[in-house]
Design a protein around this ligand. Structure first.
Ligand code: SF4
Length: 377
């Protein structure tokens, strides 16, 4: 006997959905205006099931009612929605920021914007723990926490380059929950002399899991790796270059060629970091998008993240007060090492992609007096 498919409990009947849709359509037609804004779709029990934005809100909302059910995602969202709420914002840029903020706050189940942005990129995550380690991750889960370098294109090349760096400096790349046992650690539970790990056997890892290295010495190597990525130190490449020259002198051309490829991968990784630092550093200014609605807002953007949004100053007094706020935002010294806290990555991607798509918007920015920056040790 054929079983009838059950409708998910949160879906209204087709008749109810049509009635709701007709009411919502009438309201959109009667009230919505073609201005930048954000909107929320809510289910009958008040759950925010979708957050969206548009520079032309009315046009965007009307498009939901023309979508085909069930082929179009918009129609599927509408079928679950009992109410649409919207709010106008001064500009399209403001709508993007507001949408991102609400998606992070409500995590509506129909939104995939976070995935669409961050998960297309690869990041290097600094995994904390007894012995720090680098990890290549897709996207940057805000849930994961920690420090991220990125975003980068090409997780595969990034992984290969990072492997070279780990090998060159003897850093671990094993599972994060692998127990560590440093040489200077009390020996209550003596670690095995060999970890059964090929990387230790062939000298590619210092062996922090088997008491083969002191905690400080391992930390110093990790700091060296970060310094290399930040462009302040050349030890890994210099060591490989020396080994390559020796191999060449001994006529070991195959080994010399392999070392040359390793150097190329490391240098490409460092180049990517340099480009990233440049991109992030160039995104520091005050940006005032042209308002389509309401008064202009000036965004204080530092290293690709929005640190403040204030009414654009119109008088000399307002300008002085505004400048003081900007100076306060730029006063704290920030590291210029290409790292981004996990929770700020989506915003960095948003700002980067905005100025990449609309380079003419740079004309609406104004520079902020430079502040000194530091590099990590
Ligand atoms: S030697 Fe130990 S710490 Fe190093 S990668 Fe292997 S298991 Fe991890």
């Amino acid at each position: 006997m054929r079983r009838r498919r059950q409708r998910p409990s949160f879906l209204p009947s087709l008749a109810d959905a049509k009635a709701h849709a007709a009411e919502m359509l009438a309201r959109v037609k009667g009230e919505a205006r073609d201005l930048p804004g954000v909107y929320e779709m809510r289910s009958a029990d008040g759950e925010i099931i979708y957050v969206g934005k548009s520079k032309k809100l009315r046009t965007r909302l009307l498009s939901y009612f023309r979508a085909e059910y069930p082929a179009d995602k918009g129609a599927r969202i509408l079928r679950e929605a009992a109410e649409i709420q919207w709010e106008y914002v001064p500009s399209e840029f403001a709508s993007l920021l507001e949408e991102l903020k609400r998606i992070k706050r409500y995590r509506p189940r129909h939104n995939v914007a976070g995935k669409r942005d961050a998960r297309h990129f690869a990041f290097i995550r600094v995994a904390r723990g007894a012995a720090e380690a680098f990890r290549v991750v897709r996207g940057a889960g805000a849930d994961e926490g920690g420090v991220f370098f990125g975003p980068f294109h090409g997780a595969v090349q990034l992984t290969e380059a990072l492997r070279e760096l780990n090998d060159a400096l003897g850093l671990r790349d094993c599972a994060l929950d692998t127990p560590m046992h440093f040489a200077d650690q009390p020996d209550l539970f003596p670690a095995p002399r060999t970890p059964g790990c090929i990387r230790f056997e062939i000298g590619k890892c210092l062996g922090p899991c088997v008491g083969a290295v002191r905690r400080d010495d391992y930390a110093a190597r990790f700091a060296l790796a970060r310094a290399f990525l930040e462009g302040t130190n050349d030890v890994p490449v210099a060591a490989l270059r020396g080994a390559m020259e020796e191999a060449s002198d001994r006529l070991e051309f195959e080994r010399a060629a392999a070392l040359r490829d390793k150097i190329a991968r490391l240098e490409s990784l460092r180049m990517q970091f340099a480009r990233l630092r440049f991109a992030v550093e160039s995104l520091s200014f005050v940006y005032t998008p042209e308002p389509r609605h309401d008064d202009a807002i000036s965004y204080v953007i530092r290293r690709g993240r929005v640190h403040g949004a204030f009414a654009a100053p119109r008088t000399a007094d307002e300008r002085r007060a505004f400048d003081a706020k900007v100076a306060g935002i730029f006063a704290p010294v920030e590291r210029s090492d290409g790292t981004v806290p996990a929770h700020e990555i989506d915003e960095l991607l948003l700002v980067t992609s905005w100025f990449t798509r609309f380079p003419q918007e740079m004309e609406r920015t104004s520079a902020v007096a430079p502040v000194p920056s530091t590099r990590s040790a």
